[in-house]
Design a protein around this ligand. Structure first.
Ligand SMILES: Cc1cc2nc3c(=O)[nH]c(=O)nc-3n(C[C@H](O)[C@H](O)[C@H](O)COP(=O)(O)OP(=O)(O)OC[C@H]3O[C@@H](n4cnc5c(N)ncnc54)[C@H](O)[C@@H]3O)c2cc1C
Length: 405
């Protein structure tokens, strides 16, 4: 069969990896490169992801793919420490001692938090789909835990829509992240960056299928027993772009998925400003929700400079001059002089992830009709958290359906 895959992000690449070889596959991507949200900057000496990425021990499909591609020697498990920035100070929160010393939660609150982490896997998340995370935490854990712990997390992840996020999302997320050791979490990374994965997929697929880069799909429609996509005929189509984008170009009435955008600044400096912490959540209000010091995770000598992400999410329009505002705030707050910043890049992605608002679990989009299959960040394998694992699985599932005769 002749199959068109729309989108060269991880979902599209995973689908192509399964279908190419047995079918005639075209992968159509609007940009001049593959990878989508997993794409990287080429800094000549090294690649660095435009958006911070790491993987988890439970990412079975992703880890199997890494083995299948023969790049498992690049996989490493590194310590992913985290902390909070409160009242102008960094508080690492990894070891029991650090947690015991954290002054913004009482002993009772720390105990309740620990109990929730232990219970999360057993809670019935379906029953929580209609409950707001905010209300769940306030009702079950109290105001102190909400203000000091969950509100900054939710704000850093969902920005101004954080109040609408469902408790089903929050509890599922706690459950998948509850594999911590005594000194923090082990997180996976590829030596050389996840560009190694994108390249390995690109190399393999390139030998068995056709890439059509710089080719945004602007029009597609049903014809006979197949589809016309940008004027070319296909028997089947796998679309990995947001449902509302697909609806716009095809006229198929697909319900839109509420998305949030991400604006992420990557900058290079010469010194560590987060006291060794990898993932620093901002409890103090700031134009970014987290400061992610990549080189407190991956070894700094690989890069020859310190790499820091300023992570923010937005809904609707990106606030004006956001890059300038972020940079100025970062310099002021962390005592960095402007001239210390060696270089900076800003990545803005309007479709950075679905907003897991109340009822989302019930509304997870599914479409497999007339030879058209949709899969992506919005699909079931990407709930409760869009991830590389979810995208690989979503791509495989769509490929399985599309490849059936
Ligand atoms: C800020 C951020 C941090 C993340 N961190 C992690 C992490 O630490 N760990 C983890 O596991 N996951 C992480 N993820 C999630 C992971 O990056 C995504 O799940 C995955 O990359 C999504 O792949 P996708 O193919 O579904 O979507 P996308 O990557 O969005 O790919 C869609 C592709 O379709 C293309 N496209 C769109 N419209 C058209 C069109 N009309 N015609 C042709 N092509 C089109 C786009 O250019 C894009 O290449 C993160 C994501 C973000 C945004």
């Amino acid at each position: 069969m002749k199959i068109c895959i729309i989108g060269g992000g991880l979902t599209g690449l995973a689908a192509a990896f399964r279908l190419a070889g047995s079918h005639e596959v075209d992968l159509v991507e609007k940009r001049d490169h593959l990878g989508g949200c997993l794409a990287s900057y080429d800094r000549e000496r090294y690649w660095i992801e435009k958006f911070y990425h790491h993987c988890f021990v439970g990412d079975d499909a992703l880890l199997a793919l890494i083995r299948e591609l023969g790049i498992e020697d690049r996989l490493e498990w590194l310590k992913g420490t985290s902390g909070y920035y409160v009242e102008g100070k960094v508080y690492p929160l990894n070891t029991p001692l650090e947690i015991a010393r954290y002054p913004f939660l009482t002993l009772g609150e720390k105990y309740r938090l620990a109990m929730l982490t232990l219970r999360a896997k057993k809670l019935d998340v379906d029953a929580l789909d209609g409950v707001r995370a905010r209300d769940y935490v306030l009702d079950n854990l109290g105001e102190g835990i909400y203000r000091s712990f969950f509100e900054p997390l939710l704000r850093s992840k969902f920005g101004e829509r954080s109040g609408d996020v469902s408790a089903a999302w929050l509890i599922s997320r706690i459950a998948i992240r509850s594999h911590r050791g005594l000194s923090g979490e082990r997180l996976g990374y590829l030596n050389g960056g996840f560009q190694v994965l994108v390249d390995a997929l690109g190399d393999w697929i390139g030998k068995h299928a056709t890439f059509r880069l710089n080719d945004p799909v602007t029009v597609m429609g049903r014809t006979g027993d197949g589809w016309m996509v940008n004027g070319r005929h296909y028997d089947r189509v796998v679309s990995t772009i947001p449902p509302q984008e697909l609806a716009r170009i095809s006229g198929i009435p697909l319900a839109p998925v509420p998305y949030q955008g991400a604006a992420c600044m990557t900058l290079a400096i010469d010194r560590d400003v987060t006291d060794g912490v990898y993932w620093l959540n901002m409890r103090d209000p700031a134009p970014y929700g987290a400061v992610v010091s990549h080189t407190n995770f991956a070894p700094v000598d690989r890069y020859g400079e310190r790499l820091v992400y300023l992570a923010s999410y937005f809904t609707g329009e990106l606030p004006p001059r956001h890059d300038r505002v972020m940079r100025e705030d970062f310099c002021k707050r962390f005592g960095v002089r402007e001239e210390e910043i060696r270089w900076q890049h800003m990545a803005v992605e309007p479709y950075a992830g679905p907003l897991y608002t109340t009822g989302y679990r019930e509304r997870l989009p599914d479409y497999a009709q007339d030879g058209l299959f949709i899969a992506g960040m919005f699909s079931r394998p990407n709930y409760p958290e869009r991830s590389m694992e979810g995208s690989v699985r979503a791509g495989y599932e769509a490929a399985e359906l599309a490849g059936r005769m």
